[in-house]
Design a protein around this ligand. Sequence first.
Ligand SMILES: [Ca+2]
Ligand SMILES: [Ca+2]
Ligand SMILES: [Ca+2]
Length: 415
Amino acid sequence: MKIIFEHTKKTTLILGIISAFLFLISCDETEIPLVSLGIENVYIIPRMQAQGLYPAFTGERYEWRLSRKEKKDSILSTEKNYIFLAQDTGKYHLIFEIFDSNNPLIHELDMHVVNEQVAYSPYIHKVYEYKPAPGQFVNCLPEYVLGDTENDMIVKTQESISGTNQVLVSLGAYGGYLSFGFDHTVINVKGESDFSIDGNAFYAASNPNPDAPKGGSSEPGIVMVAFDKNQNGKPDEEEWYELAGSEYYKTETIKKYKIKYIKPEPDKIPTPDPYYSFITDSSYIAWETNQGTKGHVYKNKFHNQPYYPLWIESDELVFEGTKLLNNAFDEAGDGSYFVQYSYGFGYADNKPNKFNVGFNIEWAVDKNGNHVDLPGADFIRVYTSLNQYCGWLGETSTEISGGRDLHIPILPFAH
Ligand SMILES: [Ca+2]
Ligand SMILES: [Ca+2]
Ligand SMILES: [Ca+2]
C-alpha cells in the first residue's frame, strides 16, 4: 500500500511539472506566433512543370542559389519570389537567403524532379486565343457555323492544329492572331531552337526570275512568347515578348503599328473593281492605320463568304504590333505572277516546313527591344506581320497547321 501511495504522490508531482511546462510552452506560443516561411524543405515535381516558390518573409534583399558539387553556388535569382523549372530529372539543392539586418534567414530545400506520369506530347495541346483579322479564308479555316461563339471557334482552332491533325487555320490580314501551348512548359534550352511552327509556305518551282532569292508563298507571321508567371495556366497577366527575327532591327520594320478594320454593313452594296474583274468589292472592309495609311480588304470572286469574323460582335477590330516590309513582287509585271520572298529567320509560315529550323526563346525582346531572359514558354502567339495585297492571291495572311516542342522526341504513335 505504501509503495502505491508513494507512486501516486510521485505521479501527481510529475504530472504537475509537465502541465506547468506545457502551460509555459502554450504561453510562449501565444506571445510569439509561429509564422511559416511558406516554403517546404522538399518538393517532388515532374520535369518541365514550373513550381512557384513564394516566401512569406520579407527582407532587404534576396538570393536564390543552386548548390553544385565542388563548384561555387550559381545564383538563380535575386527576386523575392522564384519559379523553379527543370528540363531534366534529378535532385536540385536550392538555398534561399534573406539578407536583413533584423531577420536574416537561410532556408535550404531539395527539388526532386521526376519523370511525368503520362509522357508529354511534342505537339500543340491547347489553343488559348483565336482572333483573326478579316480575310478571304476567315470563317472557313476553321469553319464558322451560325451560333458559334468565340470559345467554339477556339475549340475548332485547337482541333485543327493540335496533335498531328495538321489542318490549316488562317489568321487573316495584318494583326490577326492565335495563341497556343503544350501539355508542359517549353524549356528555353540555351543555344538551341526550342519549338517549331508549321504553315503552308512553299517555294515557287518556276519563278521567271532565276536570280531571285527563295520565294513563292511566304506569308510571315511574327511569333511572341509568354511565361505563365502567376501559374494559373492562362495567358492573362503576363507580358508577351516578341521573338526578334531577321527583320526586327531593320529600319524598314515598323514598330507599334496599329490598324483598325471596320465591319461592313450587312446590306453594303459591292463596288466591283473596273480593271481587275476578280475583285467583286473593292470597298469591302475599310482599314486605317496609325501611320496615316488607309485602304480596304477587297472581296474576290474565289471566296464568297463574309471575311469579317462572324462571331465577333464588335464593329471594329484593332491590332497592334510590328509590321514587316512587304515581301511580294509582281515578277511577271502584269499582275499574273506574284512571288512572296521568304525572310531570313524567325517567322512562321515563311519557309516550307522542311526548311524550318525553329524558334529560339532566347530571341525574346520586350516592347522596347531589350533582351528578356525567359526560363521557358507556356504560351506562344503568332500574328500576320504584313499588310499587303497581291492581286488575285488576295491579302497576305499567315496560316498555321501545327507546332512542336523540339526538346521532346517524337515517339511512334505520339499524338
Ligand atoms: Ca533556346
Ligand atoms: Ca497566367
Ligand atoms: Ca500561307
